[in-house]
Design a protein around this ligand. Structure first.
Ligand SMILES: Nc1nc2c(ncn2[C@@H]2O[C@H](COP(=O)(O)OP(=O)(O)OP(=O)(O)O)[C@@H](O)[C@H]2O)c(=O)[nH]1
Ligand SMILES: [Mg+2]
Length: 343
């Protein structure tokens, strides 16, 4: 018989195929103060978790998957930018209400891959749909048009047999009657367990989405220990914060060709966290763009990243950034492994 991995939740079942966070970030007092605004109770109100569901969130790039997961969790666990292909890995974010825990798997946008990194990202999406999940949320824009990416995802969702919820995001950008043809079109494509229009950016519809997903929660499992917010380490989150600022500040292909490695992370005795980060880019010319005239671009990126890190770590942060070139790393299996883009 298979032996079970140790349960961090004290005696609950923890199936092998499910995430087993060895490390991760746990909640701090006041962290979820914004939850009440979204119809989700603040976490202080919660009881012992009795039911859990693992929910995969998929969709084409840029539809707002990460914004949605952050809104459900009530805390930023996944970086968000207006550029497609922001998320590169599966990222777990945990939302809790009363006795129910929903573990969301944010995934990269489903797209046609052009690099080995792209292949990896698409593979992450496919694995997340095939996995033994309790529900799948397909996030779409409020457009009465099913694109090739949505078609592909719908086929995969059908094959997985998990219950599917259609989340129509960005409803703040349309008038209510415009949603009807969208709902009618998608209703023909799949037998949805529910259709929930939301505005993840405004936090609208989050309570309704929780209501729908709660129905798939099971009693015999607790996936994440209570109070855990994400499976990422603070180091990983700091690297992601820098990547977010690169995407926000740089144009076209340059930020898409960056990877960030935190090389030192030291909590000093005077309370300052000292972080050294190396930003890798694909070409010498990109290095110049990232550093900018008189180092101004790198300074702006570093400043913005440092501010977010200080909020995350609740300490002062001293951030030191370096830029290095790794030619075409997105097409090198060895480099992808170095940056953590591997199974
Ligand atoms: N108007 C509006 N914009 C939104 C909403 N939700 C997300 N966005 C915006 O859409 C853009 C993409 O958001 P993300 O959450 O990064 O999208 P994603 O699907 O995770 O993107 P990838 O990780 O690239 O696949 C950002 O500019 C968000 O602010 C919404 O409800 N309304
Ligand atoms: Mg994302």
């Amino acid at each position: 018989m298979e032996s079970k991995p140790p349960s961090a939740s004290g005696g609950h079942l923890w199936p092998w195929s499910r995430p087993t966070p060895a490390v991760g970030i746990t909640a701090r007092p006041g962290m979820f103060a914004g939850n009440r605004k979204m119809g989700l109770p603040a976490r202080e109100d919660k009881n012992m978790i009795k039911r859990t569901a693992l929910v995969t969130v998929v969709g084409r790039p840029n539809v707002g998957k990460s914004t949605l997961v952050n809104a459900m969790v009530g805390e930023k666990v996944s970086i968000v930018t207006p550029k497609p292909q922001t998320t590169r890995n599966r990222i777990f974010g945990v939302a809790e209400r009363g006795e129910t825990q929903l573990v969301f798997a944010d995934t990269p946008g489903f797209h046609r891959a052009r690099t080995k990194l792209g292949d990896y990202m698409v593979h992450v999406v496919e694995e997340s749909v095939e996995d033994d999940v309790d529900a799948i949320c397909l996030v779409v824009e409020p457009k009465a048009n099913i694109g090739r990416q949505e078609e592909g995802l719908i086929q995969r969702i059908k094959a997985s047999k998990a219950p599917a919820v259609l989340v129509i995001n960005k409803i703040d950008t349309v008038e209510k009657p415009e949603l009807l043809p969208v709902i009618a079109l998608y209703a023909k494509a799949l037998d949805w367990a529910a259709v929930v229009p939301v505005s993840a950016r405004r936090g609208q519809g989050m309570g309704e989405l929780f209501d729908e997903l709660e129905k798939f929660a099971k009693e015999d499992q607790q996936l994440f220990p209570e109070d855990m917010v994400t499976d990422q380490t603070t180091r990983q989150m700091c690297a992601e914060i820098i990547r977010e600022k690169l995407l926000l500040n740089l144009q076209s292909e340059v930020p898409h060709g960056t990877a960030v490695e935190i090389t030192t992370f030291t909590e000093r005795e005077d309370g300052v966290t000292e972080i050294t980060a190396t930003i890798y880019c694909e070409r010498e010319s990109h290095k110049g763009i990232i550093i900018g005239k008189n180092g101004e671009m790198l300074k702006a990126v570093g400043e913005a990243a440092r501010r977010d890190m200080e909020k995350l770590l609740e300490t002062k942060v001293y951030l030191n950034t370096w830029v290095k070139v790794k030619e075409n790393w997105r097409d090198s299996g060895a480099n992808l492994r170095t940056f953590g883009y591997t199974e």
